[in-house]
Design a protein around this ligand. Structure first.
Ligand code: ZN
Length: 254
């Protein structure tokens, strides 16, 4: 079910306990010289819509939130940022709209690295208000590390930024938006941690051109394969989330 295409009487009929509200959250930020700023929004939306297509009875899909937490891209320009405190509240306002309306299971489906930290804070705070609801969040790549190892040829076996993965996905989904003549090996990614300790650095400090890994190894075929298998992984996750018991006490979950 697509929330934005339904009417209020239809939405009133949606079974609150047997449905999960899926809120895709992405970003619009610089993606180097060869990919469009809306890359995360395009990929996350395509994955969410594919998932809804497979599980339309169980999912209530909300329109993708294009505004993300992207402060670490601002120095490179071509970026729209929502400051962390506003972003946390924005996520909560969206989820609260459904929780106050009787929905009991909410999943934020994330497509942008910068959103991960505020997403967890938003869910922690929201749980104080709705302690019996299922409040979940994660990135669409969370359960597919094997797939990334198998499919990606470069040594970055993860979802980076305007990388082999993202470039393959846009080559599959919107090839006309890829500036093929500007694709190049992104060179070394300067780290943002030492011995597991996080160091806050802007992407301008970590990358030569705002992208990472080996976008020059990207192909539309890889994008197609990864799209399909990410769909399989998320379908399994949604089923598990729908089977989770709801409750307040430890005993309620057994
Ligand atoms: Zn991003």
């Amino acid at each position: 079910m697509k929330f934005a295409e339904m009417t209020s009487p239809e939405l009133a009929e949606v079974k609150r306990d047997q449905t999960i509200v899926v809120i895709p959250i992405a970003a619009v930020e610089q993606h180097g010289p060869h990919l469009p700023t809306a890359t995360d929004t395009i990929i996350c939306t395509a994955i969410a819509e594919k998932l809804e297509g497979r599980m339309s009875e169980e999912i209530l899909l909300v329109p993708t939130l294009w505004l993300g937490a992207s402060a670490h891209h601002l120095l490179l320009g071509a970026t729209v940022d929502c400051r962390l405190k506003n972003y946390i509240e924005l996520l909560q306002d969206i989820a609260r709209s459904f929780l106050q309306n009787g929905h009991q299971r909410v999943l934020f489906l994330n497509g942008h690295g910068g959103n991960i930290d505020p997403l967890k804070v938003a869910l922690r705070q929201l749980q104080l208000e709705f302690p019996e609801a299922l409040l979940a969040g994660g990135s669409y790549w969370s359960g597919v590390s094997d797939l990334l190892h198998e499919t990606l040829d470069g040594d970055h076996k993860f979802v980076g930024h305007a990388c082999e993965f993202e470039t393959s996905m846009i080559l599959h989904l919107r090839p006309e938006l890829v500036r093929q003549d500007l694709i190049a090996d992104a060179g070394e990614l300067f780290p943002d941690e030492i011995d597991g300790f996080f160091i806050s650095r802007d992407m301008m400090q970590r990358t030569r051109q705002g992208c990472t890994g080996r976008p020059d190894l990207a192909t539309a075929e890889k994008g197609k394969v990864m799209m399909e298998r990410i769909g399989n992984s998320l379908e399994s996750t949604i089923k598990k989330l729908l089977r989770q018991k709801l409750g307040l006490l430890y005993e309620d979950f057994f």
